[in-house]
Unconditional design. Sequence first.
Length: 140
Amino acid sequence: MLNHITIMGRLTRDPELRQTNSGTAVASFTLAVDRDFADKATGQRECDFIDCVAWKGTAEFVSRYFTKGRMAVVEGRLQIREWTDKNGNKRRSAEIVADHVYFGDSKRDGGSTETPYTAQGAPQNDGYAELSDDDGDFPF
C-alpha cells in the first residue's frame, strides 16, 4: 500500500506548537493550496485549505521558522480521523501528517520579514551572513 502526499501552499496562520502529556512536540498548521484550474465563469482559481500536523523535530522546525504567509512544501501521508462531536454525531476529518517540511520561497519573498528568535528571546544567529559583495563568479 502507498500513502504519500506532497503539497505546496502558504500558511494561513502561524503554526500552533503544543506538547503531549509525555512532552512530545506537535505543531498544527493549515496551508492554502491553489487548484490547478480556474473557474470558467469567473476566471479565478479556487483554493483548498488543508490541515497539517507535524511531530517531534519537524514540529519544532515548523513552529520556529514558518509564519503566516510563508510558502511551504509538505511531504507526508494523508490521515483520516474519526471523532464524535459534543452533540454525539460521528465526524471525520482529513489531515496531512508531515514527515518533511521545506521552504517554498526565500525569506525575502515570504510573508515574514522578522528575524527568527531563540527561546531566550535573542535574535538567532546561525553563523551565516549574506554576502553583499558577491560577484556571482565561482572560484573554480
